[in-house]
Write a protein that binds this ligand. Structure first.
Ligand code: ADP
Ligand code: MG
Length: 350
């Protein structure tokens, strides 16, 4: 078994009467890319501040490599916060910034430069950046320099608090992949915070989902996607169709809002909850095609999403989202029959 590098035992944080983080238990393995995801205000920054030592837990213990670090100040922990408001020296060169931690450690000038150039290369920046001023770098380049400097500190764990949220879509996608590559190459433990589950899915070995200061689920991206713990997690992943239901018999569910009935998972032990059907699991049935649940509707809107098309289909008392590969074309205003089978829906607690 891989050793645990970070462990939280019943960690809580209060601000007066307000509970910002409640009974957190989790373990991060050495070399893992671990992401904490949650909506704004769910307690992510509060958590990371305790982990890097900028704040102390009100209760519980934080262990690093088995040692309790609650009272160890930030600068004595084997951790580094990256991109913390990009705390680079703007008027110094990229090289001087990256060499800063090496200088603190008393490395020789030659060694410093060799290492700095190595790090630049790892971050896909040419040697020409070595002499460039940080103030002359673009947003994305500054992020890379900040990461290079963090790696020069050679910490055990690197922490990231929503580093990419201010960048445009394309740059964000590129940096997500680069971050993952660098984590793999260096074998360092990354603990990453984001409000975007989509971003977390791309990079993480495991994801922990937070809501109102608590962890709702911890799992691999695959587990989070295919076995969400409740409807909050399922919704968080993006657009899903959901129905408030009670079970009628083995595989039939009554929609308590519309009185329609649908098929769903026969083996679930819940008697009521939220029935979830992902847009890509709903079929638009061709003439003569049948499914266990069939609903008639009218196409209201069509959105092209790259290689897929999303349709908003109006059915009796609501709209449903349906996704197909591009090429299947239904027109706005057209009458369609939607369908799904019992194994294409799942039932979750509210
Ligand atoms: P996130 O990073 O997930 O958006 P935060 O950890 O920043 O959330 O905040 C979680 C909750 O704790 C929020 O309701 C926030 O207002 C509250 N909070 C954070 N820091 C403080 C503080 N220093 N004093 C009082 N309340 C705080
Ligand atoms: Mg935050």
């Amino acid at each position: 078994m891989t050793e645990s590098i970070l462990e939280l035992q019943n960690v809580e944080k209060y601000f007066g009467d307000f509970v910002a983080v409640e009974r957190i238990n989790l373990e991060v393995k050495k070399g893992e890319f671990f992401t904490i995801v949650g909506p704004s205000g769910s307690g992510k920054t509060t958590m990371i501040r305790m982990l890097v030592g900028m704040d102390k837990p009100s209760r519980g213990d934080i262990l690093m490599s088995g040692e309790r670090v609650n009272d160890v100040p930030a600068n004595r922990r084997p951790t580094c916060m990256v991109f913390q408001s990009l705390a680079l020296f703007p008027h110094k060169t990229v090289g001087e910034n990256i060499e800063f931690p090496l200088k603190l450690r008393g490395e020789t000038k030659n060694n410093r430069k060799t290492r700095a150039i190595q790090l630049l290369e790892q971050l896909h920046l040419t040697e020409a950046y070595y002499a460039k001023k940080v103030s002359e770098c673009s947003g994305g380049e500054k992020q890379r320099v900040a990461l290079a400097r963090a790696l020069a500190f050679d910490p055990e764990i690197l922490f990231f608090d929503e580093p990419l949220s201010a960048l445009d879509y394309r740059l964000r996608k590129t940096l997500e992949k680069e971050l993952k590559d660098i984590q793999r190459q260096t074998g360092k433990t990354f603990v990453y915070i984001t409000h975007s589950l989509e971003e977390a899915m791309v990079m993480s070995d495991r994801i922990s989902i937070m809501r109102d200061g608590r962890i709702v689920q911890i799992g691999t991206p695959d587990e989070i996607y295919n076995k969400p713990a409740n409807s909050f997690v399922a919704q968080f992943m993006g657009e899903v169709n959901q129905f408030n239901v009670t079970r009628q018999d083995d595989a039939r569910f009554l929609d308590t809002d519309t009185q329609d009935t649908y098929v769903g998972p026969p083996d679930a032990d819940l008697q009521s909850g939220v029935l979830i059907v992902r847009p890509e699991r709903i079929q638009i049935l061709a003439e003569g095609e049948a499914a266990d649940t069939e609903i008639a509707g009218t196409v209201q809107n069509q959105y092209v999403l790259g290689s897929r098309v999303q349709y908003e289909v109006k059915v009796t008392k609501r709209s449903l989202l349906v996704e197909t590969m591009i090429g299947d074309a239904w027109n706005v205003g057209e009458s369609v029959r939607l369908g799904w089978n019992s194994d294409q829906a799942f039932l979750l607690a509210r």
